[in-house]
Write a protein that binds this ligand. Structure first.
Ligand code: BF8
Length: 653
């Protein structure tokens, strides 16, 4: 008998999966069992871009295909399986880049509204970061007010989206050698929208039909995300809402409260969450909640919005991507307030089993069957108030069937922005990455890994993340995290300083000296741009080569599922980072394209892709790569990889 895949390693999630079954509530975990993934689409061998198809060109399984078979593997128009696989991949990268960048555009618009005085609901919190940005962008400071300066900064950055000539301004932040590589390959992105539009044009029927050329556009459109849309979002969100600093909080479904109005904010853009965080504390709203029989208001987050308000306000996190329906299944959530991205339509059906109101707030993302209360940036607090009142009014509809896994919550420390890491390592007056670089050179820290990305119902929830990260820190690899990946390890207790006991001796000694966890939370998925900036700062501090590709560093998305993850992966690769993806890989139907991504890209970018679903093997790939880079740098005198047997593993758990 085939053993069923375990659904989650998280006891809270497993308890609520059981409750959902008892309540007759269908969830993502049920649907993943009944809906098998399409093997042809999954390997990138289905072309649906014109009405002569869809054309399916699957690769033969378990053997090499013959040249004759390969010749016949074409769509009706004659498109080869290389073109089909590369075109599908590029479209996904373009969608991912579009999502992050449309978020970035909305951030600039909100930033400009504040700078121009069109709204009084927000101020520009991080003046120092604003002035640094102004200096970098050549904006005149003089005796001008912060708002005048901010208008110029905002207008310059807004222009990055529709720019038709030149290249993106923030590319200049990258190491010089990296910029030269981009120029040599001709992949330096021009305007952000320009690259997304061109990617869609090239993948239209009958346009770009050379897989290598298509994948060059994959680099452009993804770099436009990492060094464009996402970086702009991160920078301006910091100026508006504050650059994150270390903050303590809690995570998992146990943060919900039985006697309070539970509101979950879910999605990505932080404006709404910021407004709700402020409004939840207003005496008027608290009194209103009390008038309805609740003891107070409990705001918690889910997915990347959760990371945003965790980093800046310490608001607790209810869970990551695969827990969105689980939160509703507790029966204790009055409202799930959503904006854009990673919101499963299934939450509406789940909410129908309980009393939860699903409130959509963004004109770009409505859901049939949900309530729509538009969030208005200009009158943010008024909008937040309306949403809160709707949630509070729903408290009295809560039914008896409530179960909160109260003991399932873990402590965590978050808020490790680039600025914070710089400060923690070097101190206020000499903030620098020098101590990090020195500890890498002396071998206490073997290298750095960015472990990022989603949950995916095709693998055991959180398992790949936690197994991988534990293995990495045991082998003295400092782990930087964002997105749902960060939440997985935080739930497992790896984001507190005491987790240094799970680390190898060298990494442990550094964590104990600085007082940081061995796994650092850098924020949401747009904040993967912080990892680019951190890597660049390490290069600039010296001693570890002159490009990101020289660093003993790697990236992993162990449980990825979204198109955004592919865009992030490609901008890591195109920035020189060896990047491993788990779960499945969307070009396995074509060997040439896959070889190009997994081998040839290293010649072009100094970084390349790899696919490996097993977390222990992922760890080996990362560690081997780090050791290869250490050797190239001449700093390979550190210890061998520690292999833990089961007994040692149990002891360390
Ligand atoms: O942008 S990690 S499931 S929530 S896509 Fe989505 Fe993936 Fe979570 Fe944030 Ni990122």
């Amino acid at each position: 008998m085939v053993e069923k895949q375990k659904k989650s390693i998280d006891p809270a999630t497993n308890a609520l999966i059981a409750k959902a079954a008892a309540d007759g509530c269908n969830t993502v975990f049920d649907r993943a069992e009944t809906m098998k993934p399409c093997p042809i689409g999954g390997e990138g061998s289905c072309c649906s871009i014109c009405a002569m198809g869809p054309c399916r060109v699957p690769a033969p399984k378990g053997r090499e295909e013959t040249p004759e078979e390969k010749k016949k593997r074409r769509g009706v128009c004659g498109a080869t399986s290389e073109t089909i696989a590369a075109r599908n991949l590029l479209r996904k990268m373009a969608a991912g880049s579009a999502a992050h960048s449309d978020h970035g555009r909305r951030v600039v618009q909100a930033f400009l509204a504040i700078a121009r005085g069109e709204t009084k609901d927000f101020t520009l919190k991080d003046e120092q970061k604003l002035l640094q940005l102004a200096l970098e962008l050549g904006v005149n400071i003089g005796t001008r007010s912060n708002n005048e300066i901010a208008v110029d900064v905002g207008e310059l950055l807004l222009n990055e989206f529709g720019k038709q000539e030149g290249e993106l301004l923030f590319l200049k932040r990258a190491p010089i050698k990296r910029q030269e590589i981009w120029h040599k390959l001709g992949v330096a992105p021009r305007g952000i929208d320009h690259e997304v539009v061109e990617a869609l044009h090239r993948t239209h029927m009958g346009v770009d039909q050379d897989y290598k050329n298509l994948l060059l556009q994959g680099a452009r459109v993804s770099l436009a995300d990492g060094w464009g849309g996402s970086l702009i979002a991160t920078e301006l969100q910091d100026v508006m809402f504050g650059t994150p600093q270390p903050v303590a909080s809690q995570i998992n479904l146990g943060v919900l409260r039985e006697d309070e109005v539970n509101i979950i904010i879910h999605g990505h853009e932080p404006h709404l969450a910021e407004a709700l965080a402020v409004m939840c504390e207003s005496p008027e709203m608290i009194a209103y909640a009390k008038s309805k029989g609740a003891k107070g208001i409990n705001l918690t987050g889910m997915c990347c919005t959760a990371n945003e308000i965790l980093m800046r306000h310490g608001v607790p996190i209810a869970g990551n991507f695969l827990q969105q329906e689980m939160a509703i299944v507790t029966g204790a959530v009055e409202a799930m307030v959503v904006d854009v991205q990673c919101i499963m339509q299934g939450i509406v059906e789940a909410a129908n089993c309980y009393h939860t109101k699903i409130i959509t707030t963004d004109p770009r993302a409505k859901i049939q069957g949900a309530m729509y209360l538009e969030f208005d940036d200009i009158h943010a607090m008024e909008s937040a108030k309306t949403i809160l009142k709707t949630a509070i009014d729903n408290y009295q509809n809560r039914k008896k069937n409530v179960y909160i896994p109260k003991d399932q919550k873990a402590d965590l420390i978050a808020g490790f922005s680039h600025e914070t890491i710089n400060y923690l390592l070097g101190g206020l007056f000499r903030s620098s990455y020098r101590p990090l670089n020195d500890n890498i050179i002396n071998g206490r820290i073997r290298g750095v890994a960015g472990v990022v990305g989603c949950n995916n119902a095709r693998v055991t929830h959180d398992d790949v993340h936690v197994t991988l990260v534990k293995e990495l820190i045991k082998n003295d690899v400092l782990v930087l995290q964002t997105g749902c990946a960060a939440m997985a390890t935080a739930k497992a207790g790896l984001m507190v300083p005491e987790a240094a006991r799970f680390a190898g001796e060298g990494l442990r000694s550094v964590c104990e000296a600085v007082g940081i966890p061995p796994v650092l939370h850098l924020g949401s998925c747009v904040d993967n741009s912080r990892i680019l900036i951190t890597a660049t700062a390490m290069v600039k501090d010296g001693g570890l080569g002159d490009d990101i590709s020289d660093l003993p560093a790697a990236g992993v998305a162990p449980e990825w599922m979204s198109e955004k993850a592919l865009s992030i992966g490609q901008y890591f690769v195109s920035s020189g980072v060896f990047t491993v993806f788990g779960v499945n890989w969307p070009t396995l139907g074509n060997k040439e394209v896959t070889d190009f991504l997994f081998k040839d890209m290293e010649q072009l970018y100094g970084g390349m892709w790899a696919f490996e679903p097993d977390p222990m093997k992922q760890a080996k790939l990362v560690i081997d790569h780090i050791d290869k880079k250490r050797k190239a740098l001449g700093i390979d005198k550190a210890r061998d990889r520690v292999l833990y047997d089961m007994a040692m593993r149990r002891e360390l758990e």
